[in-house]
Design a protein around this ligand. Structure first.
Ligand code: C5P
Length: 222
């Protein structure tokens, strides 16, 4: 039978790539919840709303029509009928998203949408609070991490030298985002008590994905 898989962890641990590979292997649906917080952040910035204005950003989160479409390479994100997928990875969004993600009403709305997507099972969902809050009954929970340096290096290689950001800057940006995510009051980034920990430092993404697929098949078989 089909199960739900929650993959949580800090920024740059490889969650989205791993989750996509696992979903592909199992023919499940991949849901990147970070993209939803990024989409709200994009719209707040575009509308000139301060990203720490809880009331305005909260209202915006409820008004937006956010749709995730599974794509071949990565998930497409549509907001109010516009494909915003290519706009979600900017430094400006990286720097602002954790402020948006601290807002309770934003989290409530995103969690509600995420639970709906997982209702039919067969979902691999990656984020920060999936195993702890969004899908506490997920049959398999993984907490994926790696050293801060390793996570920054991976992002650096992904972006390329032309991105105009140094490895040190990236490491700082990631560390700051982790700090905000870990210290927030609502649904902070923390390993669920029943999550399996994988430290991916020194492992390939494929090795990590294979391990998770193996665990999933064990769980689904029982
Ligand atoms: O996964 P990604 O790096 O795209 O997530 C961007 C940000 O969105 C995180 O740093 C975090 O602040 C927020 N987020 C969250 N809860 C999730 C997914 C993402 O708070 N489930």
């Amino acid at each position: 039978h089909r199960i739900n898989i929650a993959i949580d962890g800090p920024a740059g641990a490889g969650k989205s790539t791993v989750a996509r590979l696992v979903a592909k292997a199992l023919q499940y649906i991949y849901v990147d919840t970070g993209a939803m917080y990024r989409a709200v952040t994009l719209k707040a910035l575009e509308s000139g709303i301060a990203t720490d204005d809880s009331e305005m950003v909260g209202r915006l989160a409820y008004d937006l029509d956010i749709a995730l479409l599974p794509g071949a390479e990565s998930q497409q994100v549509w907001v109010n009928g516009e494909d915003v997928s290519d706009k979600l990875r900017s430094h400006e969004i990286n720097r602002n998203v954790s402020y948006v993600a601290r807002i309770e009403s934003v989290r409530n709305r995103m969690s509600e949408l995420q639970r709906l997507m997982a209702e039919e099972k067969g979902v691999v969902m990656d984020g920060r609070d999936i195993g702890t809050h969004v899908l506490p009954n997920a049959e398999l929970k993984v907490f994926l991490t790696a050293t801060p340096r390793e996570r920054a290096s991976r992002r650096f290689l992904e972006l390329g030298p032309d991105a105009g950001i140094s490895l040190d800057q990236l490491e700082q940006e990631i560390a700051e985002r982790d700090r905000l995510d870990q210290e927030r009051e609502i649904a902070p980034l923390v390993q669920a008590a029943d999550a399996r920990l994988i430290d991916s430092t020194g492992l390939t993404i494929e090795q990590v994905a294979e391990e998770i697929v193996r665990w999933s098949l064990e769980k689904a078989g029982t």
